[in-house]
Design a protein around this ligand. Sequence first.
Ligand SMILES: [Zn+2]
Length: 285
Amino acid sequence: MRSLAGGPRQAELFGKLPSSHRTTVEPQMRRLLCSDGELQFRLRRSRRKTIGFRVDEGGLTVAAPGWLALADIEKAITSKLPWIRRTLAAWSMRSCKAANVEWQVGAEVSWLGGSIVIELQADAGHPILMIAPTDDLSSCSPSGITNQYLARDRLVLPLSSNASSDDIRLAVISWLQGEARRVFAFRLAELAPKMHLSIGQWKLSSARRRWGSCSGNGSIRLNWRLILFPMWIIDYVLIHELAHRHEMNHGTRFWALVAAACPQWKLAERWLKSEAPKILGVSYD
Ligand SMILES: [Zn+2]
């Protein structure tokens, strides 16, 4: 396990191992099949009296007393699963960040689950999205799109060829946020009536870890970064927050409403845990 000094803060649920109890035995890699998929972890046996969980850039390490049966250790892991998954996702998001994409001509940007290539054209006037004609965007037909014979989808930004990477990043993010506003409005108008709701109040958010939220008065906040993800994921988050207008909890009735509007909600939840951090590895801040 890494030292705390200088590095990012470690997430640890239980107390640390007293130094006199440290052992030099190499931890053992193990796998556990959980309700939401496989979980890999290192198991470190020692003379400690309690089970400890630690998540860092190397993944999950479980420290357990030498005498404790594996089944009991696995039971303890299962009971801490939501915390473990959350903390692993946060770490993978952070470590992806280190490998920042360079904001320059030719950079690839995620958009609705696909990617677009950045180009600059000083006299473009406004950002122009140029879609390769093979793409099927039938569920979303934005205005102002130019169809030409292109190998790839391209986003032409109205910037001169010597624009700084910061200028490019800000122009891309502002375009993506505009797209988020447009696409979410379009999907809310479609989904809300099916759930016997009006579109109601909603806003974009820039939350670090939350995809959406719904307040007591029914006002919905949607993370603009959802625009990077495929439409079925966006739809799931919209349906989830809309369902909170009927049920302000995560009870059985809530999930029944979600499942009726979005039968693939479990897949979407899993996708958000496993795939979203990879896409967010490009620093869309
Ligand atoms: Zn919820």
